[in-house]
Design a binder for this molecule. Structure first.
Ligand SMILES: Cc1ncc(C[n+]2csc(CCOP(=O)(O)OP(=O)(O)O)c2C)c(N)n1
Length: 635
């Protein structure tokens, strides 16, 4: 950066400040913004490539629109760092995703510029439509609504539900489709191919531009022609465009594709579009990771790279040194491939998270038996159900938080028909820096209330392998859910021969006399350590890892309730309706009367921070469990 540059960004606290810049200065502010993001992100990890890709769009939108009065909605929101930096959060941007710091996603309570809270994909069009309708009903004629959605998020069914409704409604709304041909991994599917085709078709684009020159701006034509065009607009449009363009078929006016890195041109286009009423879609082409060479070259890795060297692009951080223990996701990915090699009925399904859940290993080796289906959790579940009806063994891997999307499909398409789909819920429990939109804390509660569903949670990597092995055995003929946490486990030597686990069978991990701790999943690791620290305080704690939330090991529980007056349950999930609740139901049904203390995630949304901070906040880390047991026993 030279002397003159590097001075603009520090004066920008919002859209009004940006508007003071000349058009000529816009490329400079983009450079500064881009450098600022690279600088901070290299040491304070977060989503990277997506924000770099929309630097110009972000500047252009805030330059042209009257934000925050005009409503700007970012889909997913992982690309909104530039937006945050330009709208009053530059000085505390280094607290991004940190405990008590600013959120990694737009959040209404954080800023009036964040018009809608996001994190899960494909919501922006529906939310924007709601705002546009409200503006109309409230007679706020000047208020504009703009949704920005990526080509990845556009593969989600909900985006099309929104498009369909908005087009049919003729509401005043702009959708900017940010097309970088990537989700986290390369984008997939027929729609992606369609976008590629229309981006490349010169004939179509010239033809369409000519039509819109006439129908849209209407500035350069005479009165008579204008009248004619206006009168016949609909018919002309139908005739010329509808058949050729999917968005036009939804009654949107389609504009583009335009270069999303030409900030000056973008402002011109947006200014034009501002004058046109009704539903409009602007298709822009961008490059994910734009302006940082390594990120452009390796877009999947630089989606969220962790700490990296901003000069060389070398990625440093790995939250899980291989010599210690692998990540749970790697154990899943490798085990799935191993099992699929033995059982030809196994099929892998992931909605747009092949790298995230490590199913990319199977996709690479067995491309005809493992499917990335796009950001389409509902479809992923029903697609799995269809496979199961034909005797296949689908392993449908969905992050716990994203599985919330597909709840009806689990019940209606899988469980009612008692189809043996194996659900692998990655990122179960508190996930850390991504915060409340991403914590997988509801799955135990939502899965255990479904009839026919087997609900399990392994404590470590070996248990995960064995549960996966058990779930694919021919004798299993029920839906089977296995939830496991983000990050790494504790077993460096996890690749042991498979062992079948008896369904509904828990295990005792420690003998004790004063109190019984009942754990599920990863919390067993914390509880194991708590048993040791309790022993130092002369408390003898027994520890049971239940493994299954459903069916419960009633024999083991009977033993516990008959022998202990004090019982503590611990789970990495919501207390309400979760594992502890299942234990209380068991107690009530069987007329036991021990005192029971439930530990887990309380009835509120847990914010972002390191998992360690958040486990501590919920009191389910080793210290928290120890303290709660001592309080409970009044020691
Ligand atoms: C419902 C849901 N499923 C999965 C994800 C995980 N996810 C976050 S960003 C992303 C890719 C989004 O791609 P795109 O919209 O094209 O944005 P880009 O990162 O390419 O800018 C995915 C799959 C999510 N946020 N929400």
């Amino acid at each position: 950066m030279d002397e003159v540059k590097g001075k603009l960004l520090e004066n920008i606290e919002g859209s009004d400040d940006l508007k003071k810049l000349s058009l000529k200065q816009l490329p400079d502010i983009c450079d500064e913004l881009r450098n600022f993001i690279i600088d901070v992100l290299s040491t304070n990890p977060g989503h990277f490539g997506s924000s770099l890709g929309v630097v110009e769009l972000t500047v252009a939108l805030h330059y042209v629109y009257n934000t925050p009065y005009d409503q700007l909605i970012w889909d997913v929101g992982h690309q909104a760092y530039g937006h945050k930096i330009l709208t009053g959060r530059r000085d505390n941007f280094d607290t991004n995703r940190k405990y008590k710091g600013i959120s990694g996603f737009p959040k209404r309570e954080e800023s009036e510029y964040d018009s809608f809270g996001v994190g899960h994909a494909s919501t922006s069009i529906s939310a924007a439509l709601g705002m546009a309708v409200a503006a109309k009903l409230k007679n706020e004629k000047e208020r504009k609504v703009v949704a920005v959605i990526g080509d990845g998020a556009m593969t989600g069914g909900m985006a099309f539900e929104g498009l369909n409704n908005a087009g049919g409604n003729n509401q005043d709304l702009l959708i900017v489709l940010n097309d970088n041909n990537m989700a986290i991994d390369p984008n997939v599917g027929g729609f992606n191919q369609y976008l590629l085709n229309i981006s490349k078709s010169n004939t179509y684009n010239r033809f369409k531009n000519d039509v819109w020159e006439g129908l849209g701006k209407l500035d350069g034509v005479g009165r008579k022609t204008r009248k004619f065009l206006q009168k016949n607009q609909h018919a002309l449009k139908n005739m010329l465009l509808k058949e050729n363009n999917l968005f036009e078929a939804f009654d949107f006016r389609y504009f583009g594709p335009v270069d999303g890195h030409d900030v000056v041109y973008l402002t011109k286009v947006l200014n034009d579009l501002k004058k046109i009423k009704g539903p409009k879609l602007l298709h822009i082409i961008t490059k994910k990771g734009k302006g940082f060479k390594q990120a452009e070259l390796n877009q999947t890795k630089f989606h969220a790279p962790g700490v990296f060297d901003k000069e060389t692009g070398e990625i440093y951080s790995c939250d899980c040194p291989v010599e210690r223990a692998p990540k749970f996701q790697n154990v899943f990915g490798e085990t799935l491939l191993e099992l699929a090699e033995q059982n030809e009925k196994i099929i892998g399904i992931t909605p747009a998270m092949p790298s995230g859940c490590s199913m990319n290993l199977m996709i690479k080796k067995m491309p005809d038996r493992a499917f990335d289906v796009g950001i389409a959790e509902q479809h992923a579940v029903t697609f799995s159900a269809g496979l199961a009806t034909q005797g296949m063994v689908p392993f449908c891997n969905i992050y716990s938080t994203f599985m919330q999307r597909a709840y009806d499909q689990i019940i209606h398409d899988v469980a009612i028909q008692d189809l043996p789909v194996v659900f692998c819920l990655d990122r179960g429990g508190i996930v850390g820096e991504d915060g409340p939109t991403h914590h997988g804390v509801f799955d135990i509660a939502y899965m255990r209330s479904i009839p026919n569903m087997i609900v399990s949670a392994p404590m470590d990597e070996i248990e995960l392998r064995n549960l996966m092995f058990t779930a694919q055995l021919e004798e299993n003929n029920h839906p089977f859910s296995i939830r496991y946490p983000r990050g790494c486990g504790v077993k460096p030597n996890w690749k042991k021969p498979f062992e079948k686990i008896e369904i509904g069978k828990g295990r005792k991990l420690a003998n004790g006399t004063d109190v019984a701790i009942l754990s599920i999943g990863k919390t067993g690791i914390f509880a194991k350590r708590a048993v040791k620290s309790l022993a130092n305080k002369e408390v003898s704690a027994a520890l049971y890892d239940l493994r299954f939330i459903k069916p419960l090991d009633t024999a083991l529980l009977a033993e516990v309730f008959e022998n202990f007056n004090h019982i503590v349950t611990v789970e990495d999930g919501t207390i309400h309706g979760g594992f502890g609740s299942a234990i209380l139901e068991f107690m009530a049904e069987n007329n036991y009367s021990s005192a029971v203390k439930l530990l887990g995630v309380p009835d509120k949304f847990i914010e972002h921070g390191t998992p360690e901070d958040l486990y501590k906040e919920c009191g389910i880390d080793t210290k928290g469990i120890t303290k709660s047991v001592l309080n409970f026993l009044k020691k």
